[in-house]
Design a protein around this ligand. Structure first.
Ligand code: HEC
Length: 171
């Protein structure tokens, strides 16, 4: 019994010393509370937050100068008319000529095989190919819409030279 008492006393003493020791380590500020100083610090902190969270200007790295494509696709069939209408939803990312935009990570699709475009759209919609960026648009596209837009996109010139050629041929 006495052994236990001695042991517990020593343990308590050690813990007490430890607590007192760490307590001494706490920085104690004797400064008086200064409202102006606190407010200034608060304002400075708000400024910092504003600076850090401000939207950064996006640098378009390696962006190809946007090609000004005039419409070169003859809207000679109802399908092409429909496809042209649907394609207006694609321009923001893929460009007017389907030339693609690096800033949107959207690839060149103008002049691509129609069957390939249709297959990609079908698979993106089903989830077999994941494309979160296009999902909102795909939701509104029927299989016929996909065929129509593919028929239109495949007629866009594959590159600038082909485009100029097509423009010449039109004249
Ligand atoms: C919000 C931007 C955005 C819009 C709008 C958009 N796309 Fe895309 N599209 C992308 C991105 C990004 C990719 C590349 C996906 C990847 O990396 O797999 C892509 C890929 C594709 C591909 C696959 C190309 C390949 O070589 O495999 C096709 C085809 C395509 N888009 C067609 C369309 C069509 C048609 C429309 C309009 C109905 C459209 N996209 C609208 C962003 C967009």
């Amino acid at each position: 019994m006495t052994r236990l008492t001695v042991f517990l006393s020593v343990l308590t003493g050690l813990i007490l010393i430890l607590v007192l020791y760490t307590f001494k380590g706490f920085p104690v500020s004797n400064e008086k509370f200064d409202l102006n100083k606190t407010e200034a610090a608060y304002v400075a902190h708000q400024e910092l937050i504003k600076e850090v969270t401000a939207p950064k200007e996006v640098e378009a790295v390696g962006e190809v100068a946007e090609v000004e494509y005039a419409p070169v696709v003859d809207l000679s069939t109802p399908q092409l008319v429909a496809g042209n209408k649907i394609f207006s939803q694609c321009i923001a990312c893929h460009g007017k000529g389907g030339e693609g935009k690096t800033s949107q990570k959207a690839p060149h699709i103008g002049g691509q095989y129609d069957w390939y475009i249709e297959k990609q759209l079908t698979e993106m919609k089903s989830g077999a190919r994941v494309n979160a960026a296009m999902m909102p648009i795909l939701k509104g596209l029927s299989p016929q819409d996909m065929k129509d837009v593919a028929a239109y996109v495949t007629l866009l010139p594959w590159n600038k030279e082909a485009y100029l050629e097509a423009l010449k041929a039109k004249k």
